[in-house]
Design a binder for this molecule. Sequence first.
Ligand code: NDP
Ligand code: GDR
Length: 375
Amino acid sequence: MSENNHKVALITGVTGQDGAYLSEFLLKKGYEVHGIKRRASLFNTDRIDHLYQDPHETDVKFKLHYGDLTDTTNLTRIIKETQPDEIYNLAAMSHVQVSFEMPEYTANADGIGALRILESVRLLGMEKKTKIYQASTSELYGKVQEIPQSETTPFYPRSPYAVAKMYAYWATVNYREAYGMFACNGILFNHESPVRGETFVTRKITRATSKIVKGLQDKLYLGNLDAKRDWGHAKDYVRMMWMILQHDQPEDWVIATGTTTSVRDFVRMSFQYIGIELEFTGVGVDEKGTIKSCSNPDYQLEIGREVVAVDPRYFRPTEVDLLIGDPSKAKEKLGWVPEIALQELVNEMMESDLHLMSREEYLKSGGYRINNYFE
Ligand code: NDP
Ligand code: GDR
C-alpha cells in the first residue's frame, strides 16, 4: 500500500494495448499505477497519453519509469522504489511472426524477463507482499492437442515466442510452488481493440478496409486465411487480469470467449460493416477476395474488383491453425464472462479506423505524406 492507503500496481508493457486498458482500469479503481516504458527515439506513449499526469502536480497517481525487461538492475531498482502490491508483467516482444526473426531477443525479453521480475521480488524479500500476474498466452497450445483448450490441455509451442512464453509460464508456477509466492498465469486467447498494434491481423484488416474504401490503399495482402482464432476484446480481458490477483488462491486461468472465427471471416465482417459483401475464390496462394456487392452509396467501389490477395511472405514457418478456449473455470470460480461480442469488437475497430483514415484522407488532400506501411 502507498502512504495514503491506495494499492500500488506496477505494469510492465504500459505503452502496449493491454497496458493502456489495464492502467485505465486500475486508476478507476483508485490504484496508484506505475508503468515501465522503454526509451524510444520518438514519443511512444500514444495509447496512454489520455492518462498522463504532469509529474509536477501533487497527488499524481500515474507514474512512468524508464526500463526494459532485459535489464535486471533496472527492474530490481524500480520494484524496490515503487513497492508494488501487484505487478502485471505485460511487456513482451509480442509478435509471433517477428519472433522467428528475433528468437534470441524474444527468449531474453519474454522468457528470462519474467524470471527477472520473479527473482527480483524474491531477492528484495517482497515475496509475501507482492502478487504477480504473468501474461501467458494461448500460443502455448500451438499444435492442436485438444478442442477446446483449457487449463489442463497439454502445451505444444510452435514459435520462438511461444517457447519463450512457455519458460515464463513454468517459472511463474515454480516460484509459486517453491517460495509460496502469489504468482499467477493468465492464459489469454487473442484480444483486440481499436488500439491493437497495426501489424496484428485484426487491426491490419480494419485499417486496410478503411483505407481501401477511402482510396488510400489498393489491396489487402494477407497470409493464412484459414487460421482460426478465439478473438475477444482487450477491455474484458484486463478486468480478468485484475480478478486473478484478487482471488483467494494463486492459480492459472484460461481467458477466452469460447468461439472461434477464421481470418477470412474477420475480413468479411470488416467489409460488411461498410455494406460491402466479398466473394472469395481460389485456394491457397491463389485465393482472392473480390467485391460482390456494395450497398453503401458513400463508397464507389467497382463490383468484381480484387481487394484481398494472399502473399506467402505472411506465412509462418510453423503455424497455429486453430485456437478455441474453454473459459469455464473463470466463469465458475470468478464469475467472469466476456461482455463484448466479436461483432461489437469489429464495429468498434472499424469505426475508429474509418475515423483515423478520414484524417489521413484530409492530410493527403492537403499534400501531406501519409503513412503507407502495409505490413
Ligand atoms: P503489445 O505488443 O501491444 O505491447 C507490448 C508492450 O511490451 C509494449 O509496451 C512494449 O513497449 C513492451 N515491451 C516490449 N519489449 C520490451 C522490453 N524488452 N522491455 C520492456 N518493455 C517491452 O502487446 P499486448 O498489449 O497485446 O499484450 C500484452 C502482453 O500479453 C504481452 O506479453 C503479450 O505477449 C501477451 N498476450 C497478448 C495477447 C493478445 O491477444 N493481445 C494474448 C495473450 C498474451 P513499446 O511500446 O516500446 O514497444
Ligand atoms: P497471433 O496474432 O499470432 O495469434 O498472436 P496475429 O494477429 O499476428 O495472427 C493471427 C493469425 O492470423 C494469421 N494471418 C496473419 N497474421 C498477421 N499478423 N498478418 C497477416 O498478414 C496475416 N495473415 C494471416 C496468422 O498466421 C495467425 O494464424 C497474437 C499476439 O497478440 C500474441 O502476443 C498473443 O500471445 C496471441 O495473439 C494469443
